[in-house]
Design a protein around this ligand. Sequence first.
Ligand code: ATP
Length: 223
Amino acid sequence: MIPPLGILGGTFDPLHFGHLRLAQELVEGLALSEARFIPAGLPPHRTPPFASPQQRLEMVRLGMAGNPLFSLDEREIFKPTPSYTVETLLDLRRELGATQPLCLFMGADAFLGLTAWHRWRELFGLAHIVVAQRPGVAGITRAAATLPAELLDELNRRLTNEPEALRDAPSGAILVHPVTALDISATQIRRDLAAGHSPRYLLPDAVLDYIQTNGLYKDTNGT
Ligand code: ATP
């Protein structure tokens, strides 16, 4: 049986311990082969990142260094067009074959907005979705009343509590898995830096050293 592969997309502007813990806990908790970090080039749903693609890539590389469960995928970062997850997954499918189980990681907040994603229904045919549930935060099942009807329909059909479901098929399940709540965001880190405060202990020292050496985020208001 082929162990499922985890995928974590994001802007990583910059990478922080919230990202790293999420990936570590999902890979170990669900017995996945690895977590592949895929930094976005031009994210479609938000303002452009502050750091350059090269700098964000370097920060992810530095932050994950030495972890054999993590890998870095550069397929989106230098694309001149918006990075759509559905296209990245199609690409991975072509590369890894039809039977490799893929698990797309996302926070519960991202899942609640899934219907805004480009060709969102196709995602279920390409990967499982693993929603990282932070304890104490209202879960997606409790937020069900606020979900768009078509997403609620998919959730009802696909939701499973069985990690084995991630191995039994290459795609199509939705699994909610608890992760340690770390209330860290890249936005807050950028704001700290812009205000002259240290974000130390919120992100790896190597990433902070890189930020300081390159004078990143000093002149932004962090948003
Ligand atoms: P920003 O503050 O700039 O919006 P961010 O900190 O949310 O950035 P992203 O690169 O947008 O970081 O996040 C990538 C993925 O990591 C998303 O699925 C997001 O839900 C998840 N994530 C980010 N921070 C955390 C955290 N502290 N705990 C759990 N998941 C997180």
